[in-house]
Write a protein that binds this ligand. Sequence first.
Ligand code: PLP
Length: 820
Amino acid sequence: MNNLPKADLPLPAPRSSQPEVLAEEIIERLTYRIGKDAQVAKPHDWLTATILVIRDRIIDKWMASTKQVYKTNAKRVYYLSLEFLIGRLMRDAINNLGLMSEIRDALTSLGVEFDVIAGLEPDAALGNGGLGRLAACFMESMATVDIPAYGYGIRYMHGLFRQQMADGWQVELPETWLAHGNPWEFERRESSYEIGFGGAVETVGGYDDTPRYVWKPAERVIAMAYDTPVVGWRAKRVNTLRLWTAQPIDPILLDAFNAGDHIGALRESNKAEALARVLYPADATPAGQELRLRQEFFFCSASLQDILRRHLQQYEDFTSLPDKVSIQLNDTHPAVSIAELMRLLIDVHNLDFEQAWDITWRTFSYTNHTLLPEALESWPVPLFERLLPRHMQIVYAINAKILVDARKSKMMNDAEIRSISLIDENGDRRVRMGNLAFTGSHSINGVSALHTELMKETVFADLHKLYPTRINNKTNGITPRRWLMQCNPGLTGLLRETIGDAFMDDAEALKALDAYADNADFRAKFAAIKRANKQVLSNLVAQRMGIRLDPSAMFDIQIKRIHEYKRQLLNIIEAVALYDQIRSRPELDWVPRVKLFAGKAAPSYHNAKLIIKLANDVARVINNDPAVRGLLKVVFIPNYNVSLAEIMVPAADLSEQISTAGMEASGTGNMKFALNGALTIGTLDGANVEMRDHVGADNIVIFGMTADEVARVRSETPNPRATIENSRELSQALAAIASGVFSPDDRNRFAGLVDGIYTHDWFMVAADFDSYTRAQREVDAIWSEPERWYSKTIRNTARMGWFSSDRSIRQYAKEIWRAG
Ligand SMILES: *Cc1c(COP(=O)(O)O)cnc(C)c1O
């Protein structure tokens, strides 16, 4: 049977986008799909009905996009990621279809307020932070720049935890984003695959030189697909995000059930479903759990089987795989795919090892996201071997090949050869996923220029020596649809009025705004929009937290995962020092500031959770002290997620991007703020370096040590105590925190945190403190001259177009995938 789509079947006629027609369709979906009368429909029902109407319009384009790939034999790109931090989809889809005002009008005619139902859509939080958000921005950009692409990941039942505060401490609650169902997705029962774990490898036909291997897994589960369409800008193309869920092969063990073991009968079911239950709640800590490795293999095996099936449906065999398929690994989480593709090609499709290897490394490419040694994935050999015995053999075989190549090259000494091995032999033997990803890929990219250079010098120095053409840079980007047009309609309107619509199709056309940076009339309008966005955020803070903010104060914002290297602690200590100064010299002209924080800490990350508590303790004391009223406020907004970012980013005057240099691979939060007209205070880290090049050194406030300086200080014997004692401001602030001024109920609470700065200061908080406070006073000086301030922030918006993820994706397509 021929499975190819029948090209001659016509697609349905395009649907009308008149509000009256849309309104009729919404009523139709409400009645027949949800089974509710308009009189009794709840806001959630209206939301679902509206999404179903939008979805139908997307489906028409979706089918056309799919057919086109079959017709043109175009290359397909597969983006494998354990995380997709999507957020809400409705506004995105409507905006990209160009139906915003029509849908609003349709709902209004039905007595429904668009913003109210839009606010009910749950955030799809299937990711921890930047890495997952990048995957989401890339999905949207791949559709926008017309690359035939599929995202593959896991449909976690519970995404990232919901963060609540209990007396200033982070409490983690399960996120139930699927509670009201998910009208965006399609269940694809026909796209199901068996995934094995454990068992043994049998050798058959071992008489000649090439015995065959058959993996007999002890456990098997079913991976079943759910598809979500992803619409590009102006709906040029619709791609697919395919997320896997796990099901037992036998939902119930009937023998056990009939024998009266009712709990035991469901054991298999629970075990299988555990695979897709939770997102692993950490982004830079070792995930030593077996479940995590099972999740990785589960989604990789399902995705690879799906990719090979689709390829064979259209092409003769796998020799064309590298020409017709590119598989991008978003970090090492999907790196086991390399061994799985080898297994499928050799054991199932009968290729020999050399052929399979040639196809494999030409098909894969890998994005590295971190140099932090504790975040480089590796698995204990005994665990890997027990769970994936055949893959262990394949890893050994690849390793043997690589090590022979390395010896033959005569370029490497024994230490270098040990460092490129796929097996870490120091202490307990472990499988190094970074080395597997590197050797099994033709392209390894960093996510900013600085990070790429550091990759060549540190983690991959020896592999880079052996394969000098593989490492390349692809600086991250953000989609300007979500991070400008949707989150900041006020600014978008002003931009269209001022420079026309070209920037909506090409973010670099924002450059035209440069000419308005010194135009007083434009500056006033730009400032008014910022002020309105700050009012929106103030309303949210008043409503959620009962704290009143003055929108004329400087909104100084740091939102991101809470991590010591991101240095929220530096910012909090500066707040304490500033508080002290305002109190001791109230007669000076202080710039009124609101320091806002948001972010989640990994549940097992003790110091990060303590930093959240410190922010809340400091906030309580400062916000209740009449001596600084109107001059300084500190607010920690709970439950940071994409939707909260969409409100906070447009409201920021100052963007805090203050990581220890050399530790932030790129950052994308930094890009969102600058694009929306915030001034950045930041270190020369990650993409901040390139942001400075684009916006101009006059339009960003840089402070602190460089990555080279950090590396040098760490290699010598740093003396943080002397640094601290040299700075009166810093020693006073640290003394206040350590002695319990902000924690009278537990005076020792923060002693350990402060002690870390005194004894090793690994993150250079003390070392960078004076430079940081000086930079903050420079920020104050600029703020005090509004013309200067807005000229700079306007230039930021004007010059950030290059950081569109459309640019990143075009570079991936041209230089890595050779697609599109
Ligand atoms: C952009 C974004 C991030 C990444 O922020 P960084 O400042 O680059 O760490 C994390 N979480 C959410 C919800 C985001 O929108």
